[in-house]
Write a protein that binds this ligand. Structure first.
Ligand code: ADP
Ligand code: ADP
Length: 220
C-alpha cells in the first residue's frame, strides 16, 4: 500500500494516518512531523524551515524533496507507506514521481479528505498534540483520558504554534491555491477516492478501510 492522504490543514490526515498505521502496519510519513523535529533539533533544515512554518507558508519544494529522497531510502518503506502532508504542490508531486520511479514503486491510493473551511477553524482551535510522538487529540472530538495529558506517557499536551486562527486561515489559503490542484494532477491515474472529512473520526476511518480493502481484494 502506497497511499497519499490529501486534505486541508486540520482535515484529519494525521489522525487517520495513525489509525491506518495500527491497522496495516506500514509507516506514516508526515513531512510536518519531520520538519517539526528538525526545528526542535535546530538542524540547518529546521532553521531554514521555521519562518515558513510559523507564518503558515510552505517550506520550499526542493528542501522537502531532498528530505523525502533520504526518507524513502529507509528500510521501513519497502512494504508501503502513508504519505501525510506530502506532496503539497505540483512540483513536489513531480519530484515524488521521479523518486518513486527510481526505487520502482507505484502509488496505489490517493485519499482526499473533503471538508469545509469553517469546520477546520473550529477543529484547529481544539487541537492538542503530544509533540514527541506526534499523537493528536481534540479537546471535544478526541479528548485524552486525563485532562491535557498524553494517553501513553501522561506527559503534558501542547498547542502547535501555527494553530492560531490567523495562521490557520493563511494555511487554508495556501491549501486551496497550491495543494488542491494535486487532486486534478492525480485524477487520470484512477486511484483517487474522495471522502467526506466532516464525518466522525471512526466513520472516516471505516470509509478509508473499505476503500483500501476493496482495492486489495480486487488485486488478489
Ligand atoms: P497540517 O497537517 O495541519 O496541514 P503539517 O503538520 O502537515 O500541518 O504542516 C505544518 C507546516 O509544515 C506547514 O504549514 C508547512 O509550513 C510545513 N510543511 C509540511 N509539509 C510540507 C510540504 N510537503 N511542503 C512544504 N511545507 C510543508
Ligand atoms: P491534519 O493532520 O490534517 O492537520 P489532524 O489529524 O491533526 O489533521 O486533525 C486536526 C484536529 O481535528 C485534531 O485536533 C483532531 O483530533 C481533530 N479531528 C480529526 N479528525 C476529526 C473528525 N473526523 N472529527 C472531528 N475532529 C477531528
Amino acid at each position: 500500500m502506497k497511499i497519499i492522504l490529501i486534505g486541508p490543514p486540520g482535515g484529519g490526515k494525521g489522525t487517520q494516518a495513525k489509525l491506518l498505521v495500527e491497522k496495516f502496519n506500514i509507516p506514516q510519513i508526515s513531512t510536518g512531523d519531520m520538519l517539526r523535529e528538525h526545528v526542535k533539533n535546530e538542524t540547518n533544515l529546521g532553521i531554514a524551515a521555521k519562518g515558513y512554518m510559523d507564518s503558515g507558508q510552505l517550506v520550499p519544494d526542493q528542501l522537502i524533496l531532498d528530505m523525502m529522497e533520504t526518507r524513502f531510502q529507509k528500510s521501513d518503506c519497502k512494504n508501503g507507506y502513508i504519505l501525510d502532508g506530502f506532496p503539497r504542490t505540483i512540483p513536489q508531486a513531480e519530484g515524488l514521481d521521479k523518486s518513486l520511479k527510481k526505487i520502482g514503486h507505484q502509488l496505489t491510493n490517493i485519499i482526499v479528505l473533503e471538508i469545509d473551511d469553517n469546520i477546520i477553524v473550529d477543529r484547529m482551535g481544539g487541537r492538542r498534540v503530544h509533540a514527541p510522538s506526534g499523537r493528536i487529540y481534540h479537546i471535544k472530538y478526541n479528548p485524552p483520558i486525563n485532562h491535557n495529558k498524553d494517553d501513553v506517557t501522561n506527559e503534558e499536551l501542547s498547542i502547535r504554534d501555527d494553530d492560531k486562527e490567523k495562521t490557520v486561515r493563511d494555511r487554508l489559503k495556501v491549501y486551496h491555491e497550491l495543494t488542491s490542484p494535486l487532486i486534478n494532477y492525480y485524477s487520470n491515474k484512477n486511484i483517487v477516492s474522495t471522502i467526506d472529512g466532516s464525518l466522525k473520526i471512526d466513520e472516516v476511518n471505516n470509509k478509508i478501510i473499505n476503500i483500501l480493502n476493496n482495492k486489495w481484494l480486487k488485486l488478489e
